[in-house]
Design a protein around this ligand. Sequence first.
Ligand SMILES: [Zn+2]
Length: 375
Amino acid sequence: MSLTMCRVCANPLSQPDFDRPAPAQSSIRTVLPVATQVYVCRMCGHVQSPDLPALKDFYDTQYRISLDVDGHDQLYENAAGEQVFRTQYQAEIIGRLDVPQGARVLDFGAGKATTLQRFADLRPDVDAHVFDVSSDYVDHWNTWVQPGNQATYTLPEEWVGRFDFITAHFVLEHVAAPVEVLESLARALAPGGRVFFSVPNVETNTGDLLVVDHLSHFTRPSLERFLARAGLLAERIDEDLFHGAFVVVARSGENQPVTQPNPSHLTDVLVRWQALLDNLATRKLEGPVAIYGAGFYGSVIATCLAGQASIFLDQNPYLQGSTHLDLPVGHPGACPKDVRTVVVGLNPARAHEILGDGSPWLPEGADLLFLDALA
Ligand SMILES: [Zn+2]
């Protein structure tokens, strides 16, 4: 058996703190035939999952985020009836960060680079560059990024010291060697340049622990040590800007971690997830059953319920009318009247807030079942 080491501090890790047999959930809502294992590092507070088999191939050919539907986007916020899409919100955040006039900007792990495209629409002075570990996106990039500013698979040597601003939106949680990758981004900075990245915050979005292609689950202490190891100084590590995520702005410099790790808090969270999933897998719900939310949490629920659910309900117009895990996805307003149980497939930390007091679409006599009632 190979020795497992912490991806942030290289501390040896022994037994997984969570180990559940296949199937597992991916971040793109697919089900993968691998076990879900999670390790908590007692040294730095980082949380991690094993490499996926054939990781390179997964991103090269299977991870086609938002490619199949033009204009597809992930719904970021839906409280108070307001719909904001993720790339739009990310572009707004960057817009507030005083990116210098004429800046050379790189979107690393760009996918379609929709965020940078939206930002460049507002700021035509910036010199946009894109990079990803797949060539799937080149056709889309060609519509707005000049070919000399595109790279795939490895960062070109001539990009060292080039960029005033580098973005990596929800990328670093996917990579096998995050310190190495962040070091390569630090090297690509021009003097005075900044790296802007976001990663899920496992403490406010605990379902992230179950996402098997998120090889790292960052905590504040592990993030501070991660930046220090890559030679970056944090200007800010923000937990409030983006729900369930850390938003980091950093530049080259010495960094002293200040937050103490709290590994037992995370092992407790894993124990609660284990209980919740066992409860869901053995519970007989009054049917027909609908699942509110066809995103990550809804997918976990559908997999656990093994055939008990008959429909997903979701506010995202890009998902309505599609099928997911062999179930139709409909607007909540179109919930079949005979549904007796609606399981709420939203981040338990925010589900009550998102649904608010009223669920006018809920059929008469149907029950709403929240995940936090099952743990
Ligand atoms: Zn560690």
